[in-house]
Design a protein around this ligand. Structure first.
Ligand code: PLP
Length: 383
């Protein structure tokens, strides 16, 4: 057994990045300024997109996106239930109704077949999720949304560096990325909205900083334009320069991170192949590059004679950390009580919600550690 706990995720922060953050802290300008602007420019160049806005988190991005699209009571927003709670919370807080599309059982992603039955006269937005670093099959989803005149915004929290048909996520449409510490690229907390809709980018820029028509930092005045006036009431969701400079360093290393994650994921797939109780997610059939944000498997609970939660606890007792991405939102207390969906309403979502877990995966992990995780899994299953 391992003598030290192996977390399921650990950020890779270099000494150079730490030094860069220190330099910003010593510079006299620590909030949004030239580094945040440089991070936006670098991220948009990396994706091949048109415009980007650096934000305090992906959740902040979703909040102001719903505001920019004027999502309000009576409106419906279609999104999976197997997602992070933030999207569903924000839809609810806007007074709108989340409508959950089921997912493909083996990719955990929505499809046109699961989204189409959720669309109604009231649908104002579709938010599909690129899951675990894999890409959604975007073309048919975009075609469906376009045919109904409904905007589609990609939850790209897992998808920095993911490619679909040879282009990065963010190159087309509107995507929201997260830089939370477990994500492939982190700046402590942070997010980025990337869009090819110039008017939307301008609106998001304004809404993220009090609704003033200016940024926290004006490149011309080398500071904040003190005479700026409120154009519409906005929020306070800008990214600090010391976070942005960390993001810049991370972005420069993202390709290397993804290569390393892909190599470790390949080893996991090889070593887990003979274990009947464990089923990794399927690799999507459409052309894409997986960013391997998470390595998710399903525990075949009937065959194992053990619940997923108990399995996670037994791995933890062997010093192996695991994650749960995610527990279906409609099965969580507030949404159970308020939406009261009948059990079985979302069969593939519910099936996975009881069986998924995320195994340790991060760039600094070693091949030997992957082997230790698999050995611990075998021990738990034969104990
Ligand atoms: C992490 C995550 C978010 C939220 O990102 P934050 O930057 O923490 O706000 C949204 N959606 C998904 C699928 C996520 O995994």
């Amino acid at each position: 057994m391992r003598s030290q706990f192996l977390p399921f995720s650990r950020p890779s922060i270099s000494e150079d990045e730490i030094a860069q953050v220190g330099e910003v802290l010593r510079s006299g300008w620590i909030t949004t300024g030239l580094k945040a602007a440089a991070f936006e420019d670098a991220f948009v160049a990396y994706c091949g997109g048109r415009g980007a806005v650096a934000l305090a988190s992906a959740t902040a991005g979703m909040h102001i996106l719903l505001k920019a699209l004027d999502i309000k009571p009576g409106d419906e927003v279609v999104t999976p239930s197997l997602t992070w709670v933030s999207t569903v919370n924000l839809i609810t807080l806007a007074g709108a109704t989340p409508v959950f599309a089921d997912i493909d059982r083996h990719t955990l992603m929505v499809t046109p077949e699961t989204v189409a039955p959720c669309l109604s006269e009231r649908t104002r937005l579709i938010v599909p999720v690129h899951f675990a670093g894999a890409s959604l099959d975007l073309d048919p989803l975009r075609a469906l949304a376009a045919s109904r005149g409904i905007p589609l915004v990609e939850d790209a929290a897992h998808a920095a560096g993911t490619e679909y048909r040879g282009r990065k996520i963010g190159a087309e449409g509107t995507s929201i990325f997260s830089f939370h510490p477990i994500k492939n690229l982190t700046c402590g907390e942070g997010g980025m909205l990337v869009s090819d809709d110039a008017a939307l980018v301008e609106r998001i820029k304004r809404l993220k900083f009090h609704g003033l028509g200016v940024d926290a930092y004006d490149r011309d005045t080398q500071g904040r334009a003190p005479q700026a006036e409120v154009i519409e009431p906005g929020y306070k969701y800008n990214l600090t320069d010391f976070a942005a400079v960390l993001g810049l360093g991370q972005l420069a290393r993202l390709e290397g991170f993804i290569e390393r994650r892909a190599a470790l994921a390949g080893l996991y797939r090889e070593l887990l192949a003979g274990i009947d109780e464990i089923t990794p997610l399927a690799l999507p059939a459409w052309p894409q590059r997986h960013a391997w944000h998470l390595f998710i498997v399903r525990l075949e609970v009937e065959r194992a004679g053990l619940s997923r939660d108990e399995f996670m606890a037994r791995l933890k007792a062997r010093n192996i950390g695991t994650g749960l991405h995610f527990k279906a939102v409609h099965l969580q207390k507030y949404y159970r009580d308020t939406l009261a969906l009948t059990p079985g309403a979302l069969p593939a979502t519910e099936w996975n919600s009881e069986r998924i877990l995320s195994l340790p995966l991060f760039p600094a992990m070693t091949e030997a550690e992957v082997a230790e995780v698999v050995a611990a899994i075998k021990e738990v299953l034969t104990a």
